[in-house]
Design a protein around this ligand. Structure first.
Ligand code: NAP
Length: 494
């Protein structure tokens, strides 16, 4: 059996994995493998290609600080520009030489004798590596709904994450299940082509107005020539996002009126778009703003005014070969079924692969039997030399880049210390891990998750125990700052 030796194996070629590889390079590591089960880089921005896809965080914030892109066409750039940006980053930082696509990782096991990780690939190969970095993301396992009869549907099924652009919806009676951020972007686009469109909504989402504008060639040239101008815009979008998330989510106890104002804006947005009171009622969330990921759109609500667009809220009883039967007995005959049903965050993810640490500790099992926890959202006791990017309490702010960049800073301090002391392994101490978890839980006491009315939200931010351990309930600024000061004694280096 062939074996290969690496400094670091990174699982996932999205923005998280690429950020880690860039940081490792800066720290002097070069024997790196970035593995991805897909056939190209970009993670979610490679997989998601559905019509209407745009980023719903300002692009000035949704990008690496160290690699600004002066060429975004709009404040909220289309998905294809994110994919192009990912390619640009990979080329500029020479990351493609590390990447291996169509490579499925089955699992990883710490070898205590050799003091290294053994990474098993589905083709039978084993890679040996000093460091293991899990960069598989939170939203990487698409969820196919478990609706009775779904397999018997004889028409065409389109999944948001496997979009077939050669398929035309023209003249097709179409139904879509799912009204999360993906559904909200897809529905107006589907309505442009489909003969009939029925939207099956289980839980309404908070949809806010989108203050979007284009960047013409002059603005782009200015951003390229005088980067400070784009940085100024970034400072505003960063600050706005950070303040909103902090007040509406983490400081709910002190700033409840912020959520009420946001809800009022959402209500006005619906009112301005829809005259039909009953339709407005059906689209109104019955949970607090902040419990579930809100989204932005100026066209979503208006789409429901079109005569060929129908909203079904009674629930789905079953799917038959030629259509969908609602819980109220109404049947809609359809040709095409679109699934925008989101991702499995809790069952087949966290972690996305089997990871076995010291003393045979199974990461997924341990998280489920104890609490979901990770020191600074990255490291776990008994998992030496492992960093997990989409971990419990890792997600800070709304832009994934904020998380990736604070994690890169954590790596800089931790790996820097290892290099100074000549250590080959790091492992977070039980005490530091417990202290961090305790602090996160205390901070959550003030959050909308604990104090708000979230019961009807069906938010994937909560797990089956009713806990919400994905987010780090601090500002982005705090998360970044803390990476320069965390006690190095929180790690055992050897
Ligand atoms: P999601 O928010 O989890 O939404 C899934 C939708 O499918 C929900 O409306 C859900 O209803 C519905 N659903 C799932 N199973 C169902 C079933 N069996 N029967 C009926 N309805 C069912 O997933 P998403 O829309 O893909 O978004 C996931 C995340 O991706 C977002 O929160 C965001 O972080 C990210 N995202 C970002 C962008 C962007 O920046 N451009 C775009 C899209 C997504 P319930 O709510 O009742 O469960």
């Amino acid at each position: 059996m062939s074996t290969e030796q690496y400094d670091a194996v990174i699982v996932g070629a999205g923005f998280g994995g690429m950020g880690s590889a860039i940081q490792l390079n800066r720290l002097g590591y070069d024997r790196i493998a970035i593995l991805d089960r897909e056939d190209d880089l970009g993670g979610t921005w490679h997989v998601n290609r559905y019509p209407g896809l745009t980023v719903d965080v300002p692009s000035t914030t949704y990008s690496y600080r160290f690699e600004p892109n002066p060429y975004w066409s709009r404040l909220y750039a289309p998905g294809s520009e994110l994919k192009t940006y990912a390619e640009h980053v990979a080329d500029k930082y020479d990351l493609r030489r590390y990447m291996r696509f169509n490579t499925v990782v089955d699992g990883a096991r710490w070898d205590d004798d050799a003091q290294e990780w053994l990474v098993s690939l589905s083709d039978g190969q084993t890679l040996h590596t000093q460091f293991l970095i899990l960069a598989t993301g939170y939203l990487c396992q698409p969820k196919k709904p478990d609706i009775p009869g779904i397999e018997s549907f004889a028409g065409t099924v389109l999944h948001a994450q496997e979009w077939d652009h050669s398929y035309s919806l023209a003249g097709k009676r179409t139904a879509i299940i799912g009204t999360g951020s993906t559904g909200v972007q897809l529905i107006p686009k589907l309505a442009e082509d489909a003969a009939e469109l029925t939207v099956y909504q289980r839980t309404p989402i908070w949809v806010m107005p989108k203050l979007d504008f284009g960047f013409g060639p002059r603005a782009q040239r200015l951003f390229a020539k005088v980067p400070a101008t784009q940085r100024m815009l970034r400072v505003s979008s960063d600050l706005f996002m950070d303040i909103m998330v902090t007040l509406a989510m983490w400081r709910f106890r002190q700033f409840r009126p912020v959520n009420r104002i946001a809800a009022a804006i959402g209500r006005l947005h619906r009112f301005a778009a829809i005259r039909d009171r009953e339709l407005r009622r059906k689209l109104t969330p019955s949970y607090d703003f902040g419990c579930k990921r809100p989204t932005l759109s100026n066209v979503y609500y208006r789409t429901f005014n079109k005569p060929h667009v129908h909203l079904e809220t009674a629930g789905i009883d079953r799917i038959e070969a030629d259509g969908i039967v609602g819980a109220d007995g109404t049947k809609r005959v359809i040709d095409t079924l679109v699934l925008a049903t989101g991702f499995d965050v809790w069952e087949s993810n966290l972690p996305a692969i089997e990871v076995i640490g010291r003393e045979g500790r199974d990461l997924g099992k341990w998280w489920r039997e104890n609490r979901f926890q990770a020191y600074e959202g990255m490291t776990v006791p008994l998992f030496p030399n492992m960093l997990s990017q989409a971990s419990p309490y890792a997600w800070v702010g709304m832009s994934w880049f904020d998380t990736v960049e604070y994690q890169m800073r954590h790596m800089e301090r931790l790996f820097g210390e290892m290099q100074r002391t000549g250590a080959r392994t790091f492992e977070v101490t039980e005490e530091a891990n417990a202290r961090f978890l305790d602090r996160m839980l205390t901070l959550l006491d003030d959050s909308v998750f604990l104090l708000g009315n979230c019961a009807n939200s069906r938010s994937y931010w909560f797990n089956s125990s009713g806990e919400a351990p994905l987010f780090r309930p601090t500002t982005v600024r705090q998360a970044v700052k803390e990476q320069q000061h965390f006690p190095l004694s929180d790690y055992a280096l050897a």
